[in-house]
Design a protein around this ligand. Sequence first.
Ligand SMILES: Cc1cc2nc3c(=O)[nH]c(=O)nc-3n(C[C@H](O)[C@H](O)[C@H](O)COP(=O)(O)O)c2cc1C
Length: 185
Amino acid sequence: MNEILKIIKSRRSIRSFTEQQIKEEDLQAILEAGQYAPNGIGNQPWHFIVVQNKELLEALSSASKQVAKNHELGFFRNLANTKEFNAFYGAPTVVIVAGDEQTQCSLADCAAATQNMLLAAEALGLGACWINFGLFIFDGEESAHYKQLLKVPEGFRPFYSVALGYRKGEVPKAAQRKEQVVIFI
Ligand SMILES: Cc1cc2nc3c(=O)[nH]c(=O)nc-3n(C[C@H](O)[C@H](O)[C@H](O)COP(=O)(O)O)c2cc1C
C-alpha cells in the first residue's frame, strides 16, 4: 500500500506517553507539516504554540477541568470530576493551534493543520492525540490570563491542540468504520 495511505490508516489517538521528550528535529518537522496544510484563500490564519512546561500543562488541564464541570455533556463532566484525569495525558509536548478569529475559514484551516501534524507524528513513529478538552479554559473566566501566559497573539483563539510523545503501551485498534457513508452519483 502507498506509504501515506498506510500512515492515514495506522494513525490512532495515543493517550499514554513515556516521560521522554521528543527530538527537536521531529518537533520542527511536525510544525512544518502543520504549516503546509491547505487553508482558505491562502490566509494561513494560524499560530502554533509549543508547550513543554509540565507545570503549565498541568495548570491548563486543571483549569480546563474546572470549566468542564459545568459542561452540558455528561461525558465531559465525568472526565472533569475524575481526579486522575489529565487532559493532555502527561504528554511531554503539546502544540496548541490558535486561529485568527476574524478570518473566514480559520476553524477549518486550523483543523487541517492539526490533522497534518497528527499524520506527521505517525510518520515519525511518535504517539499523538488531538486534544480539545485541555482548551476548555478558553471558554471560562480565566481565558485572558491563560492567553497571556501562552502568548496567544491579539485576535487569535486557541482552537485545537496536539499532544505528542513516545507511546507507552499498546496502540489501540481502530473503531469499526461506519458503513453506507458513500454515495456515487
Ligand atoms: C475535534 C476533535 C477533538 C478531540 N478532542 C479530544 C480530547 O479532548 N481528548 C481526547 O482524548 N481525544 C480527543 N480527540 C480524539 C478522538 O477521540 C479520536 O480521534 C476518536 O476517538 C477516533 O479515534 P482515533 O483517533 O484513534 O482514530 C479529538 C478528536 C477531534 C477530531
